[in-house]
Design a protein. Structure first.
Length: 263
């Protein structure tokens, strides 16, 4: 972890004119790491004071806090923190750029919030597996590929969440929700409109979704999912009904999975 942190700092400071080795900026490196440590330390002290009904006065506060100037902040004034200390790079026109620069590009060049529309519009598009595919193709055409979203998913410490949560966090600064929590919250509405055999199938799908991820909800892989569960498409139809009925149940339940979760 520390090697990666040093490498990220080195990669930035190395660009300064006159730097010939790490020794030329070791003082700056030490200072940046100290400010990050101090900000985390004071945050812990501040939290402990709040729990005890006391007030904690920071040594460094306001615009001088590490969090205020080091964490990426977009035009909406909200901070998007990249939690994972890794040397992850993104590629634009074949050239590597840092995660911070890619995040800036999503806002300044791609205009991501405008591209996605409102939170409700994004939720509606993502909740339908057909329009979800179209949205991912639209993002890819604009320069934000699926693997870019997966890198961001790791950097915001959301590997247990959905790619939907990555888009919500980056575009609207909404905190990610784990896939398990999403299923737990929506299960009553999901199962309410299903018969017993459909419920068993969707439970199977959701277990795989929690464990594996969004690909388990891909309608283009429905036949593969059914064969894995029942052994054959014919056996699946004997249990669940016609292809049209199975497809409708698979698509329709997802709208309840992506309903907004109350804070």
């Amino acid at each position: 972890m520390y090697q990666a942190a040093f490498k990220n700092i080195d990669d930035t400071l190395w660009k300064d004119a006159g730097c010939s080795s790490e020794l030329d900026y070791i003082e700056q490196t030490s200072w940046v790491l100290f400010l990050k440590y101090l900000d985390d330390f004071e945050t812990d002290r501040e939290t402990a004071a709040d729990l005890n009904g006391k007030t904690y006065r920071r040594i460094i506060d306001g615009e001088y806090r590490w969090r205020a100037w080091a964490a990426p902040k977009r035009a909406d004034g909200k901070v998007r923190e990249l939690q994972s200390m890794t040397s992850t790079y993104f590629y634009v026109d074949g050239k590597p750029i840092s995660a911070e620069d890619f995040l800036k590009r999503l806002f300044d060049t791609l205009k991501l919030p405008a591209l996605l529309g409102s939170e409700d519009e994004l939720r509606t598009l993502w909740a339908n597996p057909v329009t979800r595919i179209e949205l991912l193709k639209k993002l890819e055409g604009a320069g934000c590929h699926r693997d870019d979203l997966e890198k961001l998913q790791e950097l915001i410490d959301a590997k247990d969440s959905d790619l939907f949560d990555v888009l919500e966090y980056i575009a609207y600064a909404k905190p990610p929700v784990s896939r398990a929590a999403r299923v737990e919250t929506g299960k009553d509405n999901i199962y309410n409109f299903l018969n017993a055999k459909q419920r068993e199938f969707i439970q199977y799908v959701l277990r795989n979704y929690v464990e594996v991820g969004i690909d388990e909800l891909d309608v283009t892989k429905l036949s593969t999912i059914l064969t894995a569960k029942y052994g054959s498409m014919h056996a699946a139809q004997q249990e669940l009904g016609t292809v049209k009925e199975i497809r409708a149940a698979f698509i329709d339940f997802q709208q309840y999975l992506y309903e907004e979760i109350a804070a």
